[in-house]
Design a protein around this ligand. Sequence first.
Ligand SMILES: NC(=O)c1ccc[n+]([C@@H]2O[C@H](COP(=O)([O-])OP(=O)(O)OC[C@H]3O[C@@H](n4cnc5c(N)ncnc54)[C@H](OP(=O)(O)O)[C@@H]3O)[C@@H](O)[C@H]2O)c1
Length: 265
Amino acid sequence: MDTFLQHLFSSQEEELYILDCLSYLMIFMALVTFLALLVENVPYGRYSDRKFGFPVSARVAWFIQELPALVVPLALVLWTSASKTVHLPNQLLLTMYFCHYIQRSLIYPFLIRGGKPTPFASFALAFVFCIYNGYLQVRYLSHYAEFPSDWVTHPCFISGTCLWLFGWIINIHSDHILRNLRAPGETGYKIPRGGMFLYISGANFLGEILEWAGFALAGHSIHSVAFAFFTCIILSSRAVAHHKWYLTKFEDYPKSRKALIPFVF
Ligand SMILES: NC(=O)c1ccc[n+]([C@@H]2O[C@H](COP(=O)([O-])OP(=O)(O)OC[C@H]3O[C@@H](n4cnc5c(N)ncnc54)[C@H](OP(=O)(O)O)[C@@H]3O)[C@@H](O)[C@H]2O)c1
């Protein structure tokens, strides 16, 4: 794989420059997505719409679209020199990334209960994003990122790691609550209760936003910031949309519950 990358880029400086450009492009795409989301919800799940392509079964879509986020990084770590993986901060940040995507691509899809099919366009975009972001995050961390020798004791790294872990736990717990709202074979919607759903409608989304915000704080790079920003745009919009949807769908929806930030928003 090193040979393949050497064919693509004339030097390491050039590849690093491309990684920076990909990060700024991701931030730009997040801003464009933000504008698009003002007129249309991301079309999957309860907002699935046939005009965005033929339906792909939820399990198949989630498994295949998320798989590149695991396979591309694994190939980069195993089949390139990955010279920075000997350093502890790089190892810990890569561990955070892999923990998330092992759960998301190998476990989450097979736990889904009665999920709505995903339109092909949403599936294809998610698939491309996972390749893009998998390469961006893991190539940078495994081959380029340099941290001070005492970075793991720096307050940014410690607080970022704690935030990542806190967010991951909220995300997994909230997805677990949602899943258990349905008995096997059911496909309808109920009011989620318990955990962070006590306070907000987008509990699973807040968890994931915190996760990648923590990762960006600990990773201190434009590459991780771009991913955290993109995630925040997509998932905060989805949390707001779900919140409005619940309020129109359920008359007895808890009135004190907010969309994304407990007691605030
Ligand atoms: N990093 C990123 O940019 C990113 C982007 C998207 C998603 N994600 C993550 O991927 C995970 C899934 O996202 P999502 O957008 O599919 O979440 P979601 O809309 O909350 O749906 C999650 C699952 O729970 C079901 N569900 C949701 N609300 C329900 C209710 N009230 N009653 C019964 N079942 C309910 C859904 O079924 P239906 O399919 O039938 O609605 C779906 O199977 C989340 O953890 C999210 O953070 C991350």
